[in-house]
Design a protein around this ligand. Structure first.
Ligand code: ADP
Ligand code: ZN
Ligand code: ZN
Length: 804
């Protein structure tokens, strides 16, 4: 096997296939599938992924691999085949698919180093390698290559003696702690012990420790362990008995935090019924998709935990996906509490280094469970036993950049390849998922009641038009204000929710209706109160706030819409005694601030938690008895066929925050469209009726789950070019499809211009179109030249979540 098939890092049609390279003699045992290598390609050297090894090639003159870029494969066989599938599904290049599966630290701007693993002293290395690590515990990749001892280093890495770290080249930010180890052997130490006076009892403790333990240990840890000060240990270093070293440690985002261990709870009858089929699927190594359908607080998480426990007992591994937004410390606590150090956590709040460390823990098999956002579905486990997707309806599971995958689809494919179950959990499943469960494609498991049979909170809808008619111009209805006061008196807590999605504070002239728009994009500028600026959320354009209308010179130009800051100011006016915590992008941008604010609220340091989407999920505090939704309908009117579904889901989620424990909960929903079915049925917490109604609408308008949808968006600086390309594409695609497909276009996109580029689209609705995939590929290939020169952009999204 001296030939490697390599996918090279040139994202183009012509290079979207494996190329054969000869493996040089000295690298024959080194190169393995899943490793990254450097290869000559034309005049350059580029990076590539080895996807297979073979002993024959149909080509005669093969170029040689220049060098390996990894000591051990970064993609396991599971992920290599998943990457293939991913590129097929999302119409993206194989190289893009593979890269999407790896942590960002494994990208070019990071420098690779080989360091001694924790607990390893250099004299434990192969003798030949010891000079390399003579003075330091870390050597660079350059030094490793020049040493000519790559294959030896590789063996040590495989044994876990050497660790590979990636550092950002310019901003070195690694974590090092002093460690100590004994220079003497155990018998020499015994000898030395005799020379010590019995009064030196602390030094004796240290000597005794090293007679038992040869491994290096972090200085501070040893001092704690023996209950002595570090100066005692340093004294022995001075005497030449021990030696000091710098040891790198994992950057642990959750360090210093103790997670109280929890035990499995005795399952209720309903939980027992729900978990039984999951457990048999685990036991029988059978792939199956379960929809665990249960209201918030019905005990789904406990079912996840006990399913995982069974997977671990079977010697396998578990992936738990949660939406980024609900990857709260509370959620992490529940998994770390049950499985302790076996859990890795991956979310976007971590630095690239921290993410890489968590990923390495998985790769080195130090953990068996990963809890993470979307991309954790690519966790490099080799023995996957279950994938759980909590809040499966969440839109954040769809990646909006290439490869435009949905984590649910990837999870199901991965579980299929591994013969293991998938649990999709939700109180408000996506229509697609629920429809599949009803058809029996997925197995439906229900947890209809809350734990301890707590009542669902009472929900009241307030018609804000009525409020206005009766003279209340404030953003709080009289009912909400009254209840807010009541909670203040009772010292109970309130969550106030402001739906910001699709809702911004814009500036409008009251006299002529002029709206401040972005000069580059056809969308209104958002008013930022804090910086007193107008900003475009698409291109970043900024402008000052006008004092008179540019159109009619009227002074009655002011901002509309309500930001959290404005609500906070209003609250201070009407309830001066209330203590308010505001949570939005402004107050949570610093690392850890999200958690800190939640902790403060949990500890009762505030009466009201005011926030956007980010407070809708995961909160489980006993003292919350009132939830107020200030404006329920702000996203109902977006040009998106899922807007009713999203509104229903969000309102149901928010309402679920109230009365989760002993105290009963109440919910007030303020809206301008109280008659809309998604608001009415959300207030009744009636998912089943919502499902029926929404399915009728979807069927009528030919949307998912009755039809599949693909969206092609074309953009160009010249309007005519965008139109004509979209026209050509539309008629080509139409010619390839059956008469039952519906091809809508070319039409201007809902946001017709972004950053001075005109946007046109073609929307395809279809049931079964075997030719479509190929047609879309042909389109992309056809325009590849024009696209790579930058003028033209064509984006294809199969099963889009954002239609703008
Ligand atoms: P969900 O994930 O559906 O929102 P949880 O799993 O968080 O529901 O359960 C809600 C509450 O009920 C939690 O406080 C949890 O600890 C508790 N709980 C869950 N299952 C049990 C059980 N079998 N016995 C007692 N308490 C339980
Ligand atoms: Zn005006
Ligand atoms: Zn703009």
């Amino acid at each position: 096997m001296n030939i490697a098939s390599v996918i090279v890092d040139v994202p183009a049609k012509q290079t979207d296939r494996p190329f054969d390279y000869l493996i040089p003699e000295h690298l024959i045992d080194v190169i393995k599938p899943g490793m990254r290598v450097s290869v000559p390609f034309g005049p350059r050297k580029i990076q590539g992924f080895v996807v297979g090894l073979k002993s024959e090639s149909q080509f005669n003159k093969l170029k040689k691999i220049s060098e390996p870029l990894d000591l051990s494969p970064v993609l396991n066989p599971d992920l290599l085949s998943l990457g293939n599938w991913l590129s097929e599904q999302t119409l993206s290049y194989k190289i893009s698919a593979y890269q999407a599966m790896l942590p960002a630290a494994l990208k070019a701007k990071y420098e690779k180093k080989l360091k001694l693993a924790r607990d390893i002293a250099k004299d434990q290395l192969l003798e030949e390698l010891q000079p390399l690590y003579e003075k330091i515990d870390t050597i660079t990749w350059e030094e490793a290559k020049q040493s000519g001892m790559l294959s030896m280093l590789q063996k040590e890495a495989a044994k876990g003696q050497i660790d590979i770290v990636y550092e950002v080249k310019d901003r070195v930010k690694k974590k090092k702690l002093k460690s100590v180890h004994s220079i003497m052997s155990a018998s020499e130490l015994e000898h030395y012990r005799k020379s010590l006076s019995p009064q030196a009892s602390k030094q004796l403790k240290v000597i005794n420790y090293f007679i038992e333990n040869q491994q290096p240990i972090i200085l501070r840890e040893l001092a704690n362990l023996l209950n002595i000060s570090t100066s005692v240990i340093k004294e022995l270093v001075k005497k030449g008995v021990l030696a000091e070293q710098n040891m790198e440690v994992y950057r642990d985002p959750f360090e210093d935090r103790d997670f109280a261990r929890t035990q499995p709870l005795q399952l209720t009858d309903e939980q027992g019924k729900a978990i039984a089929p999951i457990l048999s699927s685990i036991e029988e190594w059978r792939h199956e998709v379960f929809l665990l359908y249960g209201v918030t607080g019905s005990g789904k998480t406990e079912v996840y935990l006990q399913s995982i426990q069974n997977v671990l007992e079977a010697g396998k591994e578990a992936i738990v996906l949660v939406p980024e937004i609900s990857l709260t410390p509370q959620m992490v606590k529940r998994f770390k509490g049950r499985f302790g150090d076996q859990v890795a956590v991956m979310h976007s709040g971590l630095s690239a280094g921290e993410k890489y460390d968590e990923w390495r823990k998985i790769q080195r098999k130090e953990v068996k469970v990963v809890v993470g956002a979307r991309s954790a579905v690519f966790a490099p486990f080799e023995n996957l036993g279950i994938v759980i997707i909590d809040e499966e309806h969440e839109t954040s599971y769809k990646q909006e950049e290439n490869p435009k995958y949905h984590a649910r689809d990837v999870a199901i494919e991965r579980a299929f390849q591994n013969n293991c179950p998938v649990i999709l959990g939700s109180a408000t499943p996506s229509l697609e998922t629920f429809a599949r469960a009803k058809k029996g494609v997925y197995q439906l498991l229900s947890l209809p009641k809350r734990m301890n049979n707590q009542e669902m909170p009472a929900v009241e809808i307030i018609d804000m038009r009525e409020e206005l008619r009766s003279g209340n111009r404030s953003m709080f209805s009289s009912a909400l204000l009254e209840k807010l006061k009541d909670r203040l008196e009772k010292k109970e807590q309130t969550v106030l929710f402001l739906n910001k999605r699709g809702h911004s504070s814009f500036v409008m002239c009251r006299d002529c209706g002029f709206v401040m728009n972005c000069p580059n994009c056809d969308i209104s500028l958002t008013y930022h109160r804090y910086s007193q600026q107008m900003k475009c959320h698409y291109c970043g354009h900024e402008a000052g706030v006008p004092s008179v209308c540019p159109e009619c010179q009227s002074e009655h130009i002011r901002y509309f819409g309500t930001g959290t800051q404005k609500v906070e100011e209003e609250l201070v006016k009407v309830l001066p005694e209330a203590r308010v915590i505001r949570m939005d992008v402004d107050t949570t941008s610093r690392k850890g601030s999200h958690e800190k604010l939640l902790d403060q609220f949990e500890e009762g340091q505030a009466d009201i938690l005011l926030g956007t989407q980010m407070i809708a999920k995961g909160l489980d505090f006993p003292n919350i008895t009132l939830v107020g939704v200030l404006s329920a309908d702000t996203m109902l009117h977006l040009p998106d066929f899922r807007s009713s579904e999203k509104t229903f889901q969000l309102l149901t989620q928010v309402s679920g925050r109230a009365g989760r424990h002993e105290l009963p909960g109440e919910v007030i929903i303020q809206t301008y469209s109280p008659e809309h079915y998604s608001i009415e049925l959300a207030s009744l917490q009636d998912f089943d009726r919502f499902y029926e109604h929404e399915m009728t609408m979807r069927k009528l308008h030919k949307y998912t789950p009755f039809y599949y949808i693909s969206l092609i968006t074309v953009s160009h600086e010249q309007l005519m070019k965008a139109v004509s390309v979209t026209e050509t594409i539309t008629s080509y695609v139409r010619s390839k499809l059956t008469s039952s497909a519906i091809v809508l276009g070319p039409v201007a996109s809902p946001i017709p211009r972004i950053n001075n580029r005109y946007r046109y689209q073609c929307l395809i609705k279809y049931k079964r179109e075997p030719e479509l995939n190929q047609a879309l590929k042909t389109v992309l290939d056809q325009y590849q030249q024009e696209m790579s020169s930058g003028g033209l952009q064509i984006a294809v999204d199969v099963n889009p979540f954002i239609l703008m």
